[in-house]
Ligand binder design. Sequence first.
Ligand code: SAH
Ligand code: DHB
Ligand code: MG
Length: 222
Amino acid sequence: MSHELWTAVDGYIVETIAPQDEALRAALTASAAGGLPPINVAPNQGKLLQLLAEVAGARRILEIGTLGGYSTIWLARALPSGGRLVSLELDAHHAEVARSNIARAGLADRVEVRTGPALDSLAALEAEAAEPFDFTFIDADKVTYPRYFAWALKLSRPGAVIVADNMVRSGAIIEAGSDDPMVQGARALYDLIAAEPRVSATGVQTVGSKGYDGFVIARVNG
Ligand code: SAH
Ligand code: DHB
Ligand code: MG
């Protein structure tokens, strides 16, 4: 099996049952024009996030790592009227491109992109006594994943869902002695979840246009 075949099958899935509309396509075009790296979730993965948030009945969604707001748009579409999404982004230019993409998608009224180190924004959410979140998508710097997960847990209501991207890393995740800090960050999150009685979790390997990777999906015990 090859990356070309995985990509072709992703294309088939997207064309048949997980189509992108003009706003999603325009978000990718504007992100590329703005010089953002093409590391957004694949369209069928974005649809998976939307479906998971819908199944969870999420009214409040937290995203850590906005980039150009591509995954943000998929997730925000899961919100019922009156729902809200807060997305955290370090890079001011990424955040600016994202806000424009989100506005073009007609979602500016329910999405807030906060600029700055996510750890600072998470502490600020706690300080504001923000309402708890029903769904969190973790997709920023991999080394900090364990701390992001701990924050997501702290800011979640019982029954909430937490999803982390890039948790397989072409299989490198099983290399205990890896000198890749991103692999060690992801492994540290597996260890944290393994020792955390308040969540139930699994990992799902994926192949597709983004290569060989995977998600960890956790539910905060109700
Ligand atoms: N979720 C996006 C992709 C995110 S890429 C999508 O699928 O469309 C990862 C993003 O995390 C980048 O935009 C990067 O600037 C941001 N990031 C990296 N370190 C961060 C930090 N410490 N705090 C907040 N965002 C960070
Ligand atoms: C990278 C980051 C991601 O979140 C991703 O899904 C793919 C690649 C990266 O930093 O290279
Ligand atoms: Mg990712």
